[in-house]
Design a protein around this ligand. Structure first.
Ligand code: NAD
Length: 492
């Protein structure tokens, strides 16, 4: 689907800005087609956006929560009204299938509505009268938040930050990824238009803009989603001014299939396949390595291939039957290929999965044939690195102790899943080191915006979603009026 390229704006202090220098976003399905342009903002423009947010905070922090809720509700309605056009643009610039783009926006709206409905519950002040005096505990906004987001779920990973930050009285400068800046810019503009100038600012660019957003002394909190290595730079950049941080990072989520998993459960196998290949495997919380008890390994692999061949249909994201579109960018294609090649060279068997619906697109677009990797070693790159693409290794294990160790020795701990008889799976799940562990499902199928989401170890710091995901944009302020008792240990 070729269309005229769109040009999105930066937003600084309520002004819509165009720049001479642009980020060009191509269509991963047809890389010769340009989907649109975003401003390639400079460091100076980023400072202007931070200054605007800093000034706006001085009044916005005292705004009434009902007023903030009303503004956010208007923005939610406008996003709903424009959902078809936004989803279409997201699908074209990203490469994810149209249903997947619509799903991303639906999850974003679900979260924004949760945040609106729960901001008071999460942050209303508590007044306590007790035997030691009177105490008021309030949850105050933090200040200017810089939000930096990746390309894989650009809208949901931006709104996950925008909604709670603004509803709790913070101001923000958002910087999306240059690999998918267009649809998220439209959504951000819709929201920014409902709020006073300077409350929500938007800049585009890459590391240079990111460095300003993570080191500028006027930034009080960083809300970052992206790779673990980028987060290491961010922590260093932020250390001079000790910023509050939420970091949502990479994962190498394991699916553990116990010996009592029913290999004839077609719905469960379908969920497993989706949890490996949705969005062409480019989800932080997708199951990226599968360990299966050796007693059912052969039967599992056979049934898995059947289920995968049924569900995976690769092609144009706008083809009504396509479930897996292209990968977002060429560098990611090369990286995933390098992991598969490495495993193949070490003797692993690579099994192609699914049906190619548009063979004519495969060579030109950023497509990868989804694959299963069998016979890889537990230490091969495809097992220990985050592939973030449509390939998955399946490995056998002999006992639970061994597989729990294999899971927990990873530097990552984002999500995980255990598949089998429920009580048995729960027992194993309790021993897993991860932010979330799902039973008999995985990835977004088990996601619930009502509950906190985030990683342990090098998968992150802090939580998004749930009441915690709202509270994380506040600082607790205790005002204490103690009864004026003399402290017995202080001398006259
Ligand atoms: P990335 O780390 O390359 O980029 C993320 C963002 O950081 C982009 O906006 C980028 O421009 C910016 N950036 C780059 N260098 C910077 C710097 N020095 N300072 C500040 N900002 C900088 O990640 P990506 O390739 O866009 O996304 C893929 C990664 O994101 C994967 O590892 C994936 O697992 C992770 N991810 C995590 C979650 C989660 O919730 N835990 C969700 C989605 C993606």
């Amino acid at each position: 689907m070729s269309k005229e390229p769109i040009s999105v704006n930066a937003i600084i202090n309520g002004e819509k800005i165009q720049t001479d220098k642009k980020i060009t976003r191509e269509n991963p399905t047809h890389p010769e087609q340009i989907v649109g342009y975003a401003p390639n903002n400079t460091r100076e423009e980023t400072i202007q956006a931070i200054d605007a947010a800093y000034e706006a905070f001085k009044t916005w922090k005292w705004s009434d929560v009902d007023d903030r809720i009303a503004r956010m509700n208007r923005a939610i309605q406008k996003i709903k009204d424009q959902l078809p056009e936004i989803a279409e643009l997201l699908s074209r610039e990203h490469g994810k299938a149209l249903y997947d783009a619509q799903g991303e926006i639906a999850i974003s709206l679900m979260w924004m509505e949760f945040a609106v409905e729960n901001v008071k519950k999460a942050t209303s002040p508590e007044e306590l009268n007790h035997e030691n005096g009177r105490t008021i505990i309030s949850h105050d906004p933090i200040g200017v938040v810089s939000a930096i987001t990746p390309w894989n779920y650009p809208i949901s990973l931006s709104t996950i930050k925008i909604a709670p930050a603004l509803l709790t009285g913070n101001t923000m400068v958002l910087k999306p990824s240059p690999f998918a800046p267009l649809a998220v810019s439209l959504v951000t503009e819709i929201i920014a238009d409902e709020f006073p100038a300077g409350v929500l600012n938007l800049v585009n660019g890459d590391a240079e803009v990111g460095v300003e957003l993570t080191s500028n002394p006027k930034i009080a909190k960083i809300a970052f989603t992206g790779g673990t290595n980028t987060a290491k730079h961010i922590m260093k950049a932020a250390s001079d001014t000790i910023k509050n941080m939420t970091l949502e990072l990479g994962g190498n989520d394991a699916a553990i299939v116990l010996e009592d998993f029913d290999v004839n459960d077609e719905r469960a196998l379908r969920r497993m396949v989706i949890s490996n290949f949705l969005t062409a495997g480019q989800i932080c919380m997708i199951a990226k390595r599968v360990y299966v008890h050796r007693s059912i390994y052969d039967a599992f692999v056979e049934k898995y291939i059947e289920a995968a061949n049924k569900w995976i249909k690769v092609g144009d994201p706008f083809h009504p039957d396509v479930t897996v579109g292209p990968v977002n960018n060429k560098a990611q294609v090369n990286y995933v290929n390098s992991l598969v090649e490495d495993a193949k060279n070490k003797g692993a068997k690579i099994i192609p999965l699914g049906t190619i619906l548009n063979p004519e697109l495969m060579d030109n677009g950023y497509f990868l044939q989804p694959t299963l990797v069998l016979g890889a070693d537990v230490h091969d790159r495809v097992v220990v690195e985050e592939q973030f693409g449509p390939t998955v290794p399946i490995l056998p294990f002999d006992d639970e102790e061994e597989v729990i160790n294999l899971h927990n020795e990873s530097i990552y701990g984002l999500t995980s899943s255990v598949w089998g008889e429920e009580e048995h799976a729960l027992k194993v799940a309790r021993r897993i080191e991860a932010g979330t562990t799902m039973i008999n499902t995985a990835a977004v199928q088990g996601l619930d915006v009502h509950f906190p989401f985030g990683g342990v170890k090098q998968s992150g710091v802090g939580r998004e979603y749930g009441l915690d995901g709202i509270k994380s944009y506040t600082e607790t302020h205790v005002i204490n009026v103690p009864t004026m008792k003399e402290l017995p240990y202080i001398p006259e």
